[in-house]
Design a protein around this ligand. Structure first.
Ligand SMILES: Nc1nc2c(c(=O)[nH]1)N[C@H]1C(S)=C(S)[C@@H](COP(=O)(O)O)O[C@H]1N2
Ligand SMILES: [Mo]
Length: 482
């Protein structure tokens, strides 16, 4: 006869077996630098309905990757609990199915890896054996869970080692462009204001992978293929010779007013017009597909890139350094003014010229196929007591309207009259522009809003609109207590 206590420990035991099984899978996948959890996370990202993606991005902000990982881990433990409650026969069948599905993840193009397949099979084996033996009591459960945690730590060590080696390989590539003089705009001493150039470590990260692919720069080649008279295969060193510097802000299509999925940098890249000129696209080549090493694609219309109407770049450096692993090392495509989701792939493997039959990753999921342009947006970084005079409030922030540039920024208090602020010097039209002002706000609690106007004349739209499907609108609103 089973007592209540047995059942409690039974659940605990099943959960502990789940942790141990996942740990075994992780450590086996990690021997090749891969991860079972990340493969599961990627398949979820690839398949869940877009409203779920949107909700995850909105709720987790810049912490989307840890959020997905924790979700996968919790899901795996919950699954172990569920399987543990099944009768023996049904459980064996369910565990085998589970293992087969997990192993299939290692066969998908995005996460292809023999080590992940092996890890999934081993994890299913441990799950099956563990659940039928069922750890006895608290001590048994703790032993299984402890083993699992130890295996996770071992997997982490393997990943750290590979990351360190990747960093060394990147350092060997050497500097990328100058960043000779640190750019200035006259607003250098405004505490709390975003820096004019976002440091590489602070640059926002957004992509469908749970961890960045590791690429050996000495073996990497960029292929330019498809409907071209002259296909190319270029090394990183060959690309660097044609690279130029430019300043531009990159903005994620999910960046709602006030958020920080936007960063400004000095980039180093080869003009796409130049690359296209060398390859000589065929007449029917209408799309330039930027394909990452994992098969992820973002495509762009060929004509405006070829003519230079849209100044696009094959980027190999940022702020004087090679791209960091999470930002697409060794190369990515960037067309300033287009949202990140439309601007080009990171971890570039291939530029393929093709016709309009190609459909990108997000287009197949319901996003528009035509590239979406970033709309003017102002963000308030500072709303604090003014330092010059008592009773004043300093309001400062950044604004962008790429590729045309920011013509003006205005703020208003309690939805009153808009008033202009002082702008920092424009670094480049495609870059973000800092701004500040000092105003008098009466005592009490008040709302402050900001809006940007582009050189094109486009004024920031104050209507609150969600990112999907054409980008967010609205004003950043902060509350100040005077
Ligand atoms: N290969 C690849 N490139 C990608 C993506 C991706 O998921 N995979 N995401 C895009 C999106 S949505 C954005 S906002 C930018 C973000 O670039 P960052 O992480 O360097 O800021 O990369 C773009 N390029
Ligand atoms: Mo994005």
């Amino acid at each position: 006869m089973r007592t209540n206590g047995d059942r409690r420990h039974g659940g605990l035991g099943a959960a502990a077996v789940g942790v141990a099984a996942l740990g075994v899978g992780e450590v086996i996948a990690a021997t090749r630098g891969d991860s079972l959890i990340d493969a599961i996370g990627r398949v979820l990202t690839d398949t869940v309905p877009v409203p779920v993606v949107e909700a995850t991005v909105a709720l987790s902000g810049r912490h989307d990757k840890p959020a997905v990982r924790i979700g996968v881990g919790a899901g795996a433990v919950a699954a172990a609990l569920g399987l543990g409650a099944l009768p023996e026969r049904a459980r064996t069948a369910a565990v085998a199915t589970f293992g087969a599905v997990a192993a299939a993840l290692g066969l998908r193009p995005a996460t292809r890896s023999a080590a992940t397949v092996a890890g999934a099979v081993a994890a299913a084996g441990v799950l099956g054996v563990g659940l039928s033996k069922r750890p006895r009591g608290l001590i048994g459960s703790l032993a299984w869970a402890g083993a699992g945690v130890g295996l996770f730590a071992a997997a982490r060590t393997l990943h750290r080692d590979l990351d360190r080696r990747q960093d060394e390989a990147i350092q060997k590539v050497g500097p990328m462009g100058g960043l000779a003089a640190v750019p200035q705009d006259g607003l250098e001493d405004e505490p709390g204001l975003s820096s004019l150039i976002t440091r590489n470590r602070s640059f926002y990260v957004a992509d469908v992978n749970l961890s960045p692919p590791r690429i050996d720069p000495t073996r990497w080649r960029l292929s330019v293929t498809g409907m071209v008279a002259h296909p190319l295969r270029l090394s990183l060193a060959e690309l660097v010779t044609d690279a130029v510097e430019f300043d531009a802000v990159m903005v994620c299509v999910h960046n709602r007013p006030g958020e920080r999925r936007a960063s400004n940098a000095r980039w180093f890249g080869v003009p796409l017009a130049r690359l296209l000129e060398h390859t000589i696209p065929e007449a029917g080549a209408t799309r330039l597909v930027t394909r990452a090493v994992d098969g992820y694609t973002i495509s762009l219309p060929v004509e405006p890139l070829r003519s230079g109407e849209w100044p696009g770049y094959l980027v190999v450096g940022v702020n004087g350094e090679p791209l960091a692993p999470e930002h697409g090392f060794p190369a990515r495509v960037f067309v300033p003014g287009l949202y990140g989701q439309y601007t080009g792939a990171k971890w570039l493997a291939e530029l393929q010229l093709t016709d309009d039959s190609h459909a990108d990753y997000w287009v197949r999921r319901g996003w528009p196929s035509d590239p979406i342009w970033i709309t003017p947006q102002a963000r308030i970084d500072v709303a604090a007591p003014g330092r010059a005079a008592a009773g004043t409030t300093t309001v400062a922030g950044v604004a962008w309207a790429p590729p045309d540039g920011v013509a003006g920024v205005e703020i208003r208090v309690d939805e009153g009259e808009w008033r202009s602020v002082d702008l920092g010097t424009e670094l480049a039209p495609a870059a973000w522009r800092r701004w500040h002002t000092t105003i008098e706000i009466p005592a009490g609690e008040h709302s402050v809003q900001a809006r940007a106007t582009g050189h094109s004349g486009e004024v920031q739209d104050g209507t609150r609109r969600a990112p999907f499907p054409t980008g967010p609108t609205g004003f950043h609103t902060v509350t100040v207590r005077v």
